[in-house]
Design a protein around this ligand. Structure first.
Ligand SMILES: Cc1cc2nc3c(=O)[nH]c(=O)nc-3n(C[C@H](O)[C@H](O)[C@H](O)COP(=O)(O)OP(=O)(O)OC[C@H]3O[C@@H](n4cnc5c(N)ncnc54)[C@H](O)[C@@H]3O)c2cc1C
Length: 292
């Protein structure tokens, strides 16, 4: 099928893009890599009256170091982030997750901002941003906002963005000393959307006890899920198989409400969530030990 008719705008600067978004608030949609929006338009699941193409807004495409962490422009291509040495050093969790997104052809066009704004509950990047405690910077003609990842995702394909607002930057804080991270997922074939995935950031104190743990899961509900109850179990504990297992069970039974669909039953997703949380935690602890 072909998309319904739409106006096409190609601004060269962020200010021009924001003007267009304000002029057509509620009717215009930004176009990033087009890897989700264009198929949705072709299926007529999306019928925007106008597209504001961000591909010539060069000021939104970057990866920069910032205060020990990173700042990533919304239009940074997924493949650029995947290959960035800076990302590998400052945000190894993000680097580890990138190759699980679709295939290289899609990552060549797909952007970090597009994936976050799309907010697919099965997508890798929203969960990674929760685990890394990212801040999402937005702009509209009326101002700028900083939204913590925990408040950005509001449900199935839902975000805190208003209709005239653009996501412009993702700020990742530095990992605390003594931290290790891990990303794991299970999909039917490499490159498919995950049946379940888990991202973990574990920080150990000087005695090897868990000072902090952030665990985020994907494909287990209406959006990415921070496993808050499970995370509490880790704090102050010495890592052990028993601790990993108890935390994983807590995540799978208390923190998530997975759906049943044609890909997997809710019960299977719960089982996978437990297994993957345990693996992510154990690997995170191992890497934190190596970093110490
Ligand atoms: C075959 C296939 C397999 C895929 N597999 C996976 C997978 O395994 N994991 C995964 O995570 N993704 C997967 N994807 C999706 C892919 O990662 C997309 O690149 C991503 O979801 C959207 O990024 P995009 O840059 O293409 O955004 P677009 O498709 O251009 O836009 C997506 C949405 O975000 C909005 N938007 C874009 N940029 C902004 C912005 N700066 N501010 C506000 N709103 C904005 C658009 O208006 C639109 O609503 C797959 C896609 C395909 C086609």
């Amino acid at each position: 099928m072909k998309p319904a008719p739409f106006e096409y705008h190609r601004p060269g600067t962020l200010d021009e893009a924001l003007e267009l978004m304000a002029a057509r608030a509620g009717e215009a949609r930004p176009l990033a890599g087009g890897q989700s929006l264009i198929p949705a338009m072709n299926f007529r699941l999306a019928r925007p009256a106008a597209l504001v193409d961000l591909n010539r807004v060069a000021e939104l495409a970057y990866v920069r170091p910032a205060d020990g962490g990173l700042r990533i422009g919304a239009m940074a291509r997924q493949r650029v982030v995947e290959r960035s040495l800076l990302v590998r050093r400052a945000a190894p969790l993000l680097a580890e997750a990138m190759p699980f997104i679709a295939h290289p052809q899609i990552r060549n066009r797909g952007t970090v901002g597009g994936s976050l704004a799309h907010a697919d509950p099965a997508a890798e990047l929203p969960a990674v941003m929760l685990a890394l405690d990212a801040r999402l910077e937005t702009r509209s003609r009326s101002g700028a906002r900083t939204i913590p990842a925990t408040a950005f995702f509001t449900g199935l394909f839902g975000t805190a963005l208003t209709p005239d607002e653009l996501l412009v930057e993702i700020a990742l804080p530095p990992l605390p000393p003594g931290s290790g991270t891990a990303f794991v997922e299970v999909a039917r074939r490499h490159g498919d959307y995950a049946l379940v995935g888990a991202a973990a950031v574990v920080t150990l104190d000087e005695r090897g006890r868990c000072r902090d743990a952030r665990i985020a899961l994907l494909s287990v509900g209406g959006g990415p899920v921070l496993a808050a109850e499970a995370m509490k179990l880790c704090v102050g504990e010495s890592p052990s198989d028993e601790m990993f297992r108890a935390t994983a069970e807590m995540a799978a039974t208390r923190d998530i409400d997975p759906p049943s669909d044609i890909h997997a039953s809710a019960a299977y997703r719960r089982r996978l969530a437990a297994v993957l949380t345990r693996r992510a935690l154990a690997r995170g602890v191992e890497r934190a030990g190596e970093a110490a």
